[in-house]
Each structure stands twice: as C-alpha cells, then as structure tokens.
Design a protein around this ligand. Structure first.
Ligand code: NAP
Length: 244
C-alpha cells in the first residue's frame, strides 16, 4: 500500500520539523517545506538519520510568495496522486510590544506569513487535497488567537498575549479561515481544524518555551490523522476544545 502523504510548511526547524518526524513515524511520506532549500535539505537529512526508512523530501516553499506556492503545488502534482494532510505551520511572532506601539508594516508582514500564507497554500493545494480519500488540514494557531482568552482578565497569559497584536490577530484570522473553510467543505470527507501546540521551546520564543517540540507536535499528528467521525471547523489543544 502507498504511504499517506503530508506537506508541512515552515518545517526546517522547531515544531514543523518535529511534526515531520512524528508524521514519518506514523508512516507518512513527508514533504518538508522550507523557504531556504539548503536548510530544508539539512532538516530532511536529519530526519533520515532519526527515522528508519523515512520517506522525506525537502521542498522550497515561501508561503508569502505566490510563485513559490504555485511551483510547490505543481511539483507535488507531478509526484503524487493526492495529498492526505496539509499542515500550515510556518509562522512568525512579529514585535512583542503594546498594541499602540505595533508598527503597521510589521503587522502586515505577520499577517502575510500567518494568515495570507496558509490561505495561499491551502488554496493552491486544494485540488490535490480533494483528490485524497479524506484529507486533513491542520492550521497551527495559538491560544492567544482566541478572543475569549484575551477578553478574560483571569486568563493566565493575558499580559504576554496583549503585547502580540499582529500575531494574535493574524492567528484569530487563521481561526476564522478554519471555520469558514470547514463549512465550505462540509459535504466532503475533508476536515479542517486549528490547533494550539502549547508553549514550546523553539527559536520562536528564544527557546524559553517549556515543552519539547516532539511532544507538542503530537497534536498536529492527531488532527492530521483524524478518523471520519472526528471534528471539523474546531480549535483544540491537548486538553480539548479552546474557546474562540
Ligand atoms: P520557529 O522555530 O521560529 O519556526 C517557524 C518556521 O516558520 C521556520 O521554519 C521558519 O523558517 C518558517 N517560516 C517563517 N516565515 C516563513 C515563510 N515566509 N515561508 C515559509 N516558512 C516560513 O517557530 P515554531 O515555534 O516552530 O512555530 C511554528 C508554529 O507554531 C508557528 O505558526 C507558531 O505561531 C506556532 N506556535 C508556536 C508556539 C511556541 O510556543 N513555540 C506556541 C503556539 C503556536 P526560517 O527558518 O526560514 O525562518
């Protein structure tokens, strides 16, 4: 039987790299998206050393670049009959300053990567995803993209999240896409969900996160391999549903 196939964006390091490892361990053939081809190749080599028989290839993919996204879609269409899982993981934090101090250009760039990026990638890969028996789309979001959380004075991470307007708003927009795309695809076997991996030690937070990427990546695999009776259009962390 052919292996299920997955593409992970922003996978040359951090959670994306860990998600690739977990997907390979689950038996997927993995396309490792990296905006820098050499960094992607290095990451793929590392995975080949870590996972016996790993079927992994690096793909040059900058989610902010329409031509790069189109050429990835064409490349994959030439290689595989369908894509079983798309993990929209690439993301940037933007400046960590109070809302009134957020530079507009930096916020636009954050939206470009965190919201328009996944939208562009999903749109381009939808034909390959539709060709799969029951494709899964996993949007890597964050609990600070929850309006319910940041409107709650008791939420423990409020002070930090209130200094990430560009980031939080871009992930709230990604959550909105998750809901609307799931609705559009409601009569198919596809499922689209947003997940929060938890506070994880990666370059994203100068490795201050408290969780191991390989542990946090497990939720990505869970939502990339949901059974047909699993949820769609939801937002989850390890504990279950996150309020919007
Ligand atoms: P990371 O180590 O900084 O990795 C981010 C990845 O995104 C890198 O591979 C980076 O590539 C890539 N990337 C950035 N801009 C890109 C672009 N234009 N096109 C393609 N790839 C691009 O951070 P991480 O912690 O693994 O973050 C992964 C995801 O998890 C993000 O969406 C983040 O919002 C989310 N998240 C993280 C945490 C956490 O605690 N770490 C918590 C909640 C959610 P380069 O190496 O080329 O820059």
């Amino acid at each position: 039987m052919n292996a299920r196939t997955a593409l992970v964006t922003g996978a040359n390091r951090g959670l994306g790299l860990a998600a690739c490892q977990r997907l390979l361990e689950a038996g997927f053939q993995v396309f490792l998206g990296s905006r820098d081809q050499a960094r992607g190749e290095e990451a793929a080599d590392l995975l080949r050393r870590n996972v016996d028989g790993a079927l992994v290839s690096a793909v040059a993919l900058d989610v902010t670049d329409e031509a790069s996204v189109s050429s990835t879609a064409e490349h994959l269409e030439g290689l595989i009959p369908h894509l079983d899982a798309l993990v929209n993981n690439a993301g940037i934090s933007g400046p960590r300053v109070w809302p009134s101090e957020q530079p507009t250009d930096a916020m636009k760039q954050t939206f470009e990567v965190n919201f328009f990026g996944p939208h562009r990638v999903t749109r381009s890969l939808l034909p390959l995803l539709r060709a799969a028996p029951a494709a899964r789309i996993v949007n890597v979001s964050t609990s600070s993209g929850s309006l319910g959380n940041v409107a709650d004075p008791q939420w423990p991470y409020l002070a930090n999240a209130s200094r990430t307007l560009g980031y939080s708003a871009s992930k709230a927009a990604l959550n909105m896409e998750t809901i609307q795309l799931a609705y559009e695809l409601r009569d198919t076997k596809m499922k689209v969900n947003a997940i929060c991996p938890g506070y994880t030690a990666t370059a994203f937070n100068a490795f201050k996160g408290t969780r191991d990427p390989l542990v946090s990546a497990q939720i990505i695999v869970t939502y990339a391999t949901l059974e047909d009776d699993g949820p769609t259009g939801g937002f989850f962390d390890e504990q279950g549903a996150i309020r919007w």
